[in-house]
Design a protein around this ligand. Sequence first.
Ligand code: ZN
Length: 155
Amino acid sequence: MSSDLRELYQSVILDHHKKPRNFGELADANRGAEGYNPLCGDRVHVWLKLVNELVQDVRFTGSGCAISTASASMMTEALKGKTRAEAEALFRRFHDLLTGAESGEAPGLGKLEAFAGVREFPIRVKCATLPWHTFRAALQGETTPVSTELGSHHG
Ligand code: ZN
C-alpha cells in the first residue's frame, strides 16, 4: 500500500471496514439494488425497508475494497430513520464532498466527512459513492444493476 493510500485510510474508515455495521441481508426489505464498480471490482447490494417515505431499515451485502465497505457501512448508519427527502439531501451533500472543487466542508455529514480525503483519488471516489448510488437506485425502485461506469462519460 502506498503512503498516499495509507493516509487516506483514516481510522474511522478502517474501523468500519473491519467491523461493517448493518452487514447482511434484510429479511423484510421491500426495495433493493445492486451496484458494481468495474474499476475496482467492488460489488454491493443495498437492502432497504421503506415505509411511508421513511427509511426504517437499511442493510448491505457484497464485497469490495476498504473504502467501498466502510462507505456502505457508514451510509447505512447515516440513513436509518431518515425520510426519503433527507436521504436524497444527504446523498447530494456526500457527493459534493467527494467531487466538489470547494473546500470540502459539508455541514451535517458528521462522520461521513472522513471521506473528504478520498477526493484526491478520483478512482477511489467511485468506491466511496458506489453504495450511495446503489441506495438511490433502491430508493427509486430501479431494478437494473447500477454501474459507476454508466452515464459518467464527462471525463
Ligand atoms: Zn473500491
